[in-house]
Design a protein around this ligand. Structure first.
Ligand SMILES: Nc1ccn([C@@H]2O[C@H](COP(=O)(O)O)[C@@H](O)[C@H]2O)c(=O)n1
Ligand SMILES: C[C@@]1(CO)OP(=O)(O)OP(=O)(O)OC[C@H]1O
Length: 161
């Protein structure tokens, strides 16, 4: 019998550009720049998606939702997260908890973290207390510090359903 818990890790980064909405954790955040991507470029949800897929041994977001597929152009990443969660559930797993960090020099994420938690909890079918979102600047260092992009890192714990 295999061990009834599995850990997964996710990372994503998207470039910040003018003329795009900034959507993080399913929340539209008023800002001068938005994230560039094939989908809505929701960097946090992509990292959460990779973390749960990884924990279940199901590969990564690009394998299930290729960025060459016109079906996903402009896609709502919450739909992708829900679809990934269905695959994870189908493989016999449920989410225990998620811990995430958004690496953004700007804007401030804290005021929006509650709404992000509610979105992710709903999409994963867990209570909000099982989702934790943190944020860090990059202390003005490197490409994140120069506000050229925003990154997210996530760990997920799954249990046998
Ligand atoms: N985009 C961000 C970055 C940070 N925060 C909050 O500020 C705290 C201090 O961040 P440092 O990078 O200076 O250590 C951090 O713990 C967050 O609470 C934020 O909300 N949004
Ligand atoms: C989400 C997908 C699919 O639209 O595209 P992007 O929005 O570019 O995001 P990325 O994190 O590069 O990878 C996953 C992609 O397959």
């Amino acid at each position: 019998m295999s061990f009834p818990f599995r850990i997964g890790q996710g990372f994503d980064v998207h470039a910040l550009v003018e003329g795009r909405p900034l959507i993080i954790g399913g929340v539209a955040i008023p800002h001068t720049h938005g994230l560039l991507g094939h989908s809505d470029a929701d960097v946090l949800l992509h990292a959460v998606t990779d973390a749960i897929l990884g924990a279940a041994g199901l590969g990564d977001i690009g394998r299930h939702f290729p960025d060459t597929d016109p079906d996903y152009k402009g896609a709502d990443s919450r739909m992708l997260l829900r679809a990934a969660m269905q695959k994870v559930s189908g493989a016999g797993w449920r989410v225990v908890n998620i811990d995430a960090t958004v690496h953004a020099q700007a804007p401030k994420i804290g005021p929006h973290a509650g709404a992000m938690v509610a979105n992710i909890a709903a999409d994963l079918g867990v209570p909000g207390r099982d989702i934790n979102i943190k944020a860090k600047t990059n202390e003005s260092l490197g490409y994140l510090g120069r506000k050229e992009g925003i990154a997210a890192t996530v760990v997920a714990l799954l249990a046998a359903a």
